[in-house]
Design a binder for this molecule. Structure first.
Ligand code: CUA
Length: 322
C-alpha cells in the first residue's frame, strides 16, 4: 500500500468506528425504549405528549456538530495526505523525470513514460519511488482507481489531472476504471507492477527496443517461424497498423501522440488482452482475433472474419512480439 492509500484507509476505518458507535447507540436506545415503554396490560390512553425540550434539542444539535466537525477536519487532513500539494503536483509533473502519462480510452489505458516507453493497461514502477501520473482521456470521462495506491482520479478529455503513484512494497496492484464509460467499462482494468529499480530499468530497456522483422523474431512457445512470418504478413494485409502501432515495423516515422488502439510492440510480454477481459495466452489471443466482440461486447476492434489458420498465424506473430 502507498502512503496516499494508507491515509484514505485510515480515514475509512476512523469513520467506520464513529459510525459504528452511533449505530450501536441507536440500537441500544431503540431496544431500551421498546422494552421499557412497551404497552402493559391495563394501560390505556396516549402517553404524555412533549412539545419541545430545550436541553434535549441542544444536546442532539451539539453532539452531531462536534462529530461532523471532527470528520471534516480528518477528511481535509486525508485529502492533503492522499494528494499532497495539487499545485506542486502540477509543477512536479512538468519537471519530474518520474512522470507517467496515462490516457483513458474506450476501453483501455495508454501509458507513456518520459523514456519513450508506450504500453497499455499495465503500469510498471520502481518500488519506493514517488511518481506523478498525469491523467487524460481521449474520448469520454474515465476514472483511474488503484485502491492500494491512492485516491480515485477522473480522466477528463481536454483536462489533465494529477496523482501520486508510490508503492512501498513490490507486487502487483489491481485497479480499474471507476466511472461508467460505455459498454466495455467493466473491462477497463489496469495493473500496477511495483518492482525493484533494476528490474524496472531492465523492463524499460526491453520496452524501448523496436520489434525486429518477422524473420528475426524468436517464435513464442508452440509456434513455428513460418507461422510467425505468415502472421506478420497478415498484420500488414489486414491493415492492423491503421490502429495498432508496432515500433520498428509500422510505417509511420513518428508515432502518434495518442494511440487509437494499444501499441503492440511487446504484446507477447503483456499479461492481459482487451483491458483484462482475458489473460494473454495463445488460446485467448486466437479467440479474440476470431471475434473480439464476442469476448468483449462493444469493443471497437472490428471482426476481420479471419479463418482459424489465419487467426493462429496472427497469434503466432503477436505472441512472439516480446
Ligand atoms: Cu473507462 Cu469506465
Amino acid at each position: 500500500m502507498s502512503p496516499q492509500a494508507q491515509a484514505i484507509s485510515n480515514l475509512f476505518i476512523f469513520t467506520m468506528i464513529i459510525a459504528g458507535i452511533i449505530c450501536l447507540g441507536i440500537i441500544a436506545v431503540i431496544v431500551f425504549s421498546v422494552v421499557r415503554y412497551r404497552v402493559r396490560p391495563g394501560q390505556n390512553g396516549e402517553p404524555p405528549q412533549i412539545f419541545g425540550n430545550t436541553r434535549l434539542e441542544v444536546t442532539w444539535t451539539v453532539i452531531p456538530f462536534i462529530i461532523v466537525t471532527i470528520l471534516f477536519g480528518t477528511s481535509i487532513t486525508t485529502m492533503l495526505d492522499s494528494s499532497p500539494g495539487q499545485i506542486s503536483l502540477q509543477g512536479a509533473a512538468a519537471h519530474n523525470a518520474n512522470r507517467i502519462h496515462v490516457v483513458g480510452h474506450q476501453w483501455w489505458w495508454e501509458i507513456t513514460y518520459p523514456s519513450g516507453v508506450v504500453t497499455a493497461n499495465v503500469i510498471h514502477v520502481p518500488v519506493g519511488q514517488r511518481w506523478v501520473i498525469a491523467l487524460n482521456s481521449d474520448d469520454v470521462i474515465h476514472d483511474l482507481w488503484l485502491p492500494q495506491c491512492g485516491p480515485k482520479v477522473d480522466a477528463v478529455p481536454g483536462q489533465t489531472n494529477y496523482m501520486w503513484l508510490e508503492c512501498d512494497k513490490a507486487g502487483i496492484y489491481h485497479g480499474a476504471c471507476s466511472e461508467y464509460c460505455g459498454a466495455g467499462h467493466a473491462w477497463m482494468l489496469v495493473d500496477v507492477v511495483a518492482e525493484p529499480l533494476a528490474t524496472f530499468q531492465a523492463w524499460e530497456r526491453r520496452e524501448l527496443r523496436p520489434a525486429p522483422a518477422a524473420q528475426s523474431l524468436t517464435p513464442a512457445a508452440g509456434f513455428t517461424s513460418k507461422e510467425v512470418a505468415a502472421g506478420a504478413r497478415l498484420f500488414q494485409s489486414f491493415s492492423c497498423q491503421g490502429c495498432h502501432y508496432i515500433q520498428g515495423v509500422t510505417g509511420k516515422s513518428t508515432r502518434p501522440t495518442v494511440d487509437y488502439a494499444p501499441d503492440l510492440t511487446h504484446m507477447g510480454s503483456r499479461s492481459i488482452i482487451g483491458g483484462g477481459v482475458v489473460p494473454n495466452t495463445p488460446y485467448f489471443m486466437e479467440q479474440w482475433l476470431l471475434d473480439p466482440d464476442k469476448i468483449k461486447p462493444g469493443v471497437h476492434m472490428p471482426n476481420f472474419q479471419l479463418s482459424t489458420p489465419q487467426a493462429r498465424d496472427l497469434t503466432a506473430y503477436l505472441e512472439s512480439l516480446r
